[in-house]
Design a protein around this ligand. Structure first.
Ligand code: HEM
Length: 122
C-alpha cells in the first residue's frame, strides 16, 4: 500500500516536471514572451526548479515553494497581451501533460495569477 502511494507521488511529480519543462520550452520559443524571459533570467536551471516547486505546491499540496509569486514580475515589461499569450500557451500544455482534473486545476491557478498580474501591469 505504502509503495503504491509512493509510486503515485512519483507519477504526480513526474507530471509536474513534464508540465514545467514543456511549458518553458514553448515560452522560450515564443517571439513575444521568449525575449522577456531570456532578458530577465540568468539561471534557467534554477528558475525551472523554482517553477517545479511552485507547481508541486499548487497541484500536489507539497511544501516545496515558499516564495513570493508577484514581486519578481514587478518591473518586467509585461503587457496585458503577454498575459493572454501566456495562457494561450499554458492551457494546451497543461492538457497535454497532466491528468484532466489536474490540468483543470493548473489552468485555474494560472488564470488567477495572470488576473493578479493584469491588475499590477495595467
Ligand atoms: C507574461 C507573463 C509572465 C512573465 C513574462 C513572467 C516572467 C517571470 C520572470 C522573468 C521571473 C523571474 C525569474 C528569475 O528572476 O529568476 C518569474 C518568476 C516567477 N513566475 Fe512568472 N512570468 C509570467 C507569468 C507568470 C504566471 C502566470 C505565473 C503563475 C502561474 C508565474 C509564476 C512565477 C513564479 C512562481 C516565479 C518565481 C517567484 C520566486 O522567485 O519565488 N509567472 N516570472
Amino acid at each position: 500500500m505504502e509503495s503504491a502511494i509512493a509510486q503515485a507521488d512519483e507519477a504526480d511529480e513526474a507530471a509536474v516536471t513534464r508540465l514545467v519543462d514543456s511549458f518553458y520550452d514553448r515560452i522560450r520559443a515564443e517571439p513575444r514572451l521568449g525575449p522577456i524571459f531570456e532578458n530577465a533570467i540568468q539561471d534557467w536551471d534554477q528558475h525551472l526548479q523554482v517553477m517545479r516547486d511552485f507547481w508541486s505546491r499548487a497541484l500536489l499540496g507539497t511544501e516545496r515553494y515558499h516564495g513570493c509569486v508577484m514581486s519578481p514580475h514587478f518591473g518586467l515589461p509585461i503587457e496585458a497581451v503577454d498575459l493572454d499569450r501566456f495562457l494561450e500557451l499554458f492551457r494546451p500544455t497543461a492538457d497535454s501533460t497532466l491528468p484532466a482534473d489536474t490540468a483543470r486545476r493548473a489552468i485555474q491557478v494560472a488564470e488567477a495569477v495572470t488576473q493578479n498580474l493584469r491588475r499590477a501591469v495595467k
